[in-house]
Design a protein around this ligand. Structure first.
Ligand SMILES: Cc1ncc(COP(=O)(O)O)c(C=O)c1O
Length: 398
């Protein structure tokens, strides 16, 4: 039977597909190293897990209100009020089943058919598909390696002149790991102020996983006047190692938040009740533990950076946050491995897997070819072994 045209737009997530391929090879007994994962390798921080278990034991296993558990919404309000130095109310917060659903619901509530969505490259793989599923039209905005893959005001303005309904921003970024400074955000904000019909969606899911400061700076800290057309997305997945609990949230103007909660009520009802209760503990009591996780991540990042720098021809862009390395492999495009020509990052990634059992995600999946994304949320010895495999593969290219 025929399926809808929507299905044609639904490309399967390439990162999940690679993770599945790695699992399959492992099941065949191959010694695979997967640097494709998009989640911490540690389990949910203990006080949070205990709060979830207690919630289940106490029978908090029924539906919650569609907009979220009131205590969690209040915890988010308090956190964001102090972060932004702006008074907010629970009506500014909608809790969803994962941050991914917050992004989807926001797009569904903002976009009409054919509306243009600005997506800076490299981008998180789900943005273009989600925009298309909501009948929007992605407008890709190229960034430059020289600017550390961050948008500069002239690039933003050129895109805005095309009549964007919404612009997506993600700092620190998956996949580049780059974070905007307050000054850079202020310069972009000055441009955004000139285009009052454009919504701004900031995906802040990695904002606490940054190395130089406890939290990534936010556009609204420097341009608070953009609040009425900005929706901020965050969630429990990455900071608190809660990817499987499925809790995300959106903070924004009340009309959009109300619409998003209604949209969720008619599609997934609500986020899991006990997960929301555990997330209250995450926000209120786990910040010290998050800093410890970040310290351990930073050690791995430094370890991997030193190893990668030792590989001739590799372009190493050290991340400001997240757990991803974005490395340039342009020097190897056009070379061959055992007679097979490497045309793009997809070929490089496939042959790397074939030859060394090492999984890295090709940059072309993120909108820029000539790069690989490698997760460093794995043990240091795994990073050492991975870098040796990468070095050995590169040495075999002719
Ligand atoms: C940039 C970015 N945004 C959002 C998400 C979604 O997170 P979740 O739905 O697990 O909260 C992810 C997950 O990989 C991500 O990398």
């Amino acid at each position: 039977m025929k399926l809808s045209s929507r299905v044609d737009k639904m490309k399967p997530s390439p990162t999940l597909a690679l993770a599945a391929k790695a699992k399959e090879l492992k099941a065949q007994g191959k010694d695979v190293i997967a640097l494709s994962v998009g989640e911490p390798d540690w389990t949910t921080l203990e006080p949070i897990a205990n709060a979830g278990i207690a919630a289940i034991e106490n029978g908090q296993t029924k539906y919650s209100p569609a907009a979220g558990n009131p205590e969690l919404r209040q915890a988010i309000v308090e956190d964001m009020t102090s972060f932004l130095d702006k008074s907010l109310a629970v009506e500014n917060v909608s809790v969803t089943s994962g941050a991914k659903y917050s992004i989807f619901a926001a797009l569904a509530c903002i976009l009409d058919k054919g509306d243009k969505v600005g997506i800076p490259c490299p981008y998180w793989v789900s943005y273009p598909t989600m925009a298309e599923l909501c009948e929007g039209e992605p407008v890709f905005i190229q960034t430059q390696a020289a600017n550390r893959f961050k948008l500069i005001p002239s690039e933003l303005e050129d895109a805005l002149k095309k009549g964007l309904r919404l612009i997506l921003m993600n700092s620190p970024s998956n996949p580049s790991g780059m974070m905007y400074s307050k000054d850079e955000l202020a310069a972009l904000g000055a441009v955004l102020k000139k285009y009052p019909d454009t919504w701004i969606l900031t995906d802040d899911i990695y904002s606490r996983l940054v190395f130089s400061t406890p939290r990534a700076p936010h556009l609204l800290q420097v341009c608070p006047e953009l609040f009425e057309r900005t929706v901020m997305i965050d969630g429990a997945s990455k900071s608190y190692a809660m990817t499987g609990w499925r809790v995300g949230w959106a903070v924004g103007p009340t009309n959009l938040i109300k619409a998003m909660s209604s949209y969720q009520s008619q599609t997934v009802s609500c986020a899991a009740t006990f997960s929301q209760i555990a997330s209250v503990v995450a926000i209120k009591e786990a910040q010290e533990l998050v800093r410890e996780s970040v310290k351990s991540l930073e050690k791995r990042k430094d370890h991997f950076a030193a190893l990668l720098r030792d590989i001739p021809g590799l372009e190493v862009h050290e991340p400001d946050g997240t757990f991803y390395f974005w490395v340039g492999i342009n020097a190897f495009l056009g070379k061959s491995f055992e007679g097979k020509k490497i045309q793009d990052s997809g070929d490089f990634s496939n042959l790397l897997l074939e030859s060394e059992n090492l999984v890295a995600v090709p940059g072309k999946e993120f909108g820029i070819d000539g790069y690989l994304r490698m997760s460093f949320a794995v043990k240091e010895e795994t990073l050492t072994a991975a870098s040796e495999r990468l070095k050995s593969f590169i040495a075999k290219l002719s």
